[in-house]
Design a binder for this molecule. Structure first.
Ligand code: GLN
Length: 451
């Protein structure tokens, strides 16, 4: 299996992988073979997996898609990487992503954009564009990804694969290079919900090394996959079907909803009235946290250091100016501004209050339904370059994913058809399924019944 995927990766021109090392992978595969021979079998033993380059690895380079960390080798493995190793999985390498996971198109990677395997002129989505493209192109059967405001669900949707962002705190953030710590959450991507359930079984769990990790009893996320959906109440938020939604995406999502009705579910009209505010709220809170998290990249402790400088302050500013790309610098500036004296109350505190109201929206909606469904992204994948110089256009594409992240709820994306609106034919559409806290097993069940 490892050889099969390594060969496919070698022939691919998608730019999905940033670092592959055949010998390292084959050594892990040999180890897995030995474990199998000894009868130490888990459902994942010997199955290859590739990691988003946000997860640090001792053996492969870890760059977070940034020049700042070019060539960086971590002294330890992220908890998630370690968990998959413990389950006997074989690491295929590291996957391209937007710089420090900031982006919706993978065009913010220092190492160049990833191409969408369905149409190489299109973006794969972001920030986990490498993960989604690798799964879609069968370069890996499983991948890790991270979601701060949609980065698992949106690329999964735009590449036609399945991904789940668990409840905040389910998956350890230890060794996940931080973007916005109160939002960042790792999760799996694969072809199917069933695969995601098996991966989440290995990935979830308490970790003392992450202060926001949740102590919950161990769960089998695959336990409910085969449950019938008779009687399931699906909330349809009217704010997710407004004028900004492309007709072809709406059509595919509505067709999926009818399928759910045939499976015995009922559709209930619900409202998430603060949806529109999720964009300004997220783009205050996420940059604020990013400006603090990224202060560690000072040219001393990690990564890039400018070659010439006058004094210490000059070394800091030159190293950071050279090491960070435009989008990262923009967010550091915005974040430092909204946290500064005199602006904190007006922006950051306000945003925190609205964040609470956004969570209330969901709380109210879940009194009327079991899960919420809608589109993941307002359009299908756009062309590489189309929105590259327009940060706001990129931010607007996050409208349906940000509130779930702000509320800390689990959400997933499953393929539900293709759009018609692009010139080259067909680009995938994703159906979003949002659940109440800790309801991942139900989300996976609902997804599996459709697949
Ligand atoms: N597109 C959003 C952003 O640019 C979300 C990214 C993410 O979830 N990592 O911040």
């Amino acid at each position: 299996l490892a050889t099969h995927y390594l060969d496919r990766i070698g022939k691919s021109d998608l730019n999905a992988f940033l670092h592959v090392d055949r010998d390292l992978t084959l050594a892990q595969a040999a180890e897995a073979d030995a474990r199998l021979a000894r009868g130490e079998v888990t459902p994942l033993t010997g199955i290859p997996i590739a990691h988003k380059d946000i997860f640090v690895t001792r053996d492969w380079r870890s760059t977070a898609g940034s020049k700042m960390l070019e060539g960086y080798i971590s002294p330890f493995d992220a908890t998630v990487v370690q968990q998959f190793r413990n389950a006997g999985m074989v690491t295929l390498g590291k996957l391209n992503c937007d710089e420090f996971a900031m982006g919706s198109s993978n065009e913010n990677s220092y190492f160049g954009p990833v191409k969408n395997p369905w149409d190489k002129a299109a973006i794969p989505g972001g920030s986990s564009g490498g993960s989604a493209a690798a799964i879609a192109a069968r370069l890996a059967p499983a991948a890790t990804a991270t979601d701060t405001g949609g980065s698992i669900r949106q690329p999964a949707a735009l590449c036609g694969v399945t991904g789940i962002k668990p409840t905040y705190g389910r998956v350890s953030r230890f060794g996940m290079i931080a973007f916005a710590s109160s939002l960042d959450q790792g999760g799996p991507m694969a072809q199917t919900a069933e695969d995601c359930a098996l991966l989440l079984n290995a990935m979830a769990g308490f970790d003392a090394k992450d202060s926001t990790s949740l102590e919950r009893p161990a769960e089998d996320f695959a336990r409910d996959l085969d449950k019938p959906l008779q009687g399931l109440k699906i909330g349809i938020p009217r704010e997710y079907f407004g004028p900004g939604l492309a007709a072809d995406v709406e059509q595919a999502v509505r067709a999926a909803l009818s399928e759910y009705e045939k499976l015995g579910a009922t559709l209930v009209d619900v409202s998430l009235p603060k949806t529109e505010l999720s964009i300004p709220v997220y783009y205050v809170i996420a940059p604020a946290e990013a400006s603090s998290n990224l202060s560690r990249f000072d040219g001393v402790r990690y990564g890039h250091r400018a070659k010439e400088y006058k004094d210490l302050a000059d070394m800091y500013s030159k190293s950071r100016a050279e090491g960070f790309g435009h989008e990262v610098q923009r967010r550091i500036l915005v974040g430092a501004y909204v946290l500064s004296h005199g602006y904190y109350d007006a922006y950051y505190l306000q945003a925190q209050k609205i964040r609470r109201l956004i969570a209330e929206d969901f709380k109210n909606a879940f009194t009327q339904c079991d899960v919420i469904m809608g589109p993941v992204c307002p359009t299908v994948a756009w062309d590489i370059g189309d929105k590259a110089d327009d940060p706001v256009a990129n931010y607007l594409a996050d409208i349906f994913t940000l509130s779930t992240s702000l509320a800390g709820l689990p959400g997933m994306s499953i393929p539900c058809g293709f759009g018609q609106g692009d010139k080259n034919g067909k680009r995938p559409v994703g159906l979003q399924i949002i659940g109440n806290y800790f309801d991942e097993a139900r989300l996976l069940n609902v997804a599996h019944q459709f697949q």
